[in-house]
Design a binder for this molecule. Structure first.
Ligand SMILES: [Zn+2]
Length: 160
């Protein structure tokens, strides 16, 4: 959705405002505080999701009271649901705010078997490796997971 704080120079704001926006990946879920999208095709690993604040806010340090109160319960719900849908061992979580000064949280399934046997920081390096074409993404699996995750969140949305 297009939030009142919309900043046209911010790629996350532009993505939030347009369900079909590129290079933002397809929309999976949104409510008035958060939006979840999958990564664009060909990037990351299947099930790699982005949790974006709807408001143009640079990071957790600047959440308002409503966002801060909801962030923990929402993140727990998004990640437990993603864990169940993907069968991942756990969900890696990172928010750096470098590409745009707008809170976007990487939620990355850590599978038992990862491309390049990646683990820990190496998992995040798969973002660049897939962009450079050094590692291929199973797009059918990424699409299947995104669809299952969308259905699961529609059936059981996070608390708001
Ligand atoms: Zn923004």
């Amino acid at each position: 959705m297009k939030h009142a704080s919309f900043d046209p120079s911010c790629g996350i704001c532009r993505g939030n405002a347009d369900a079909q926006a590129l290079p933002a990946g397809p929309l999976v879920f949104e409510n008035r505080l958060w939006q979840v999208r999958r990564l664009p095709a060909g990037i990351g690993v299947p099930g790699w999701m982005m949790l974006n604040a709807q408001r143009h806010v640079p990071g957790p340090a600047h959440l308002d009271d409503a966002e801060a109160a909801n962030f923990g319960p929402a993140l727990r719900h998004f990640e437990l649901t993603l864990e169940r849908v993907t069968g991942a061992l756990r969900i890696y979580t990172a928010a750096m705010g470098e590409s745009f000064p707008h809170l976007h949280v990487h939620m990355v399934p850590r599978y038992e078997t990862m491309p390049n046997d990646a683990s820990a920081w190496g998992v995040f390096e798969l973002y660049g490796a897939t962009q450079r074409g050094e590692v291929a993404v199973d797009e059918a699996e990424a699409t299947r997971i995104a669809s299952a995750y969308r259905d699961a969140l529609a059936a059981s949305p996070p608390p708001l």
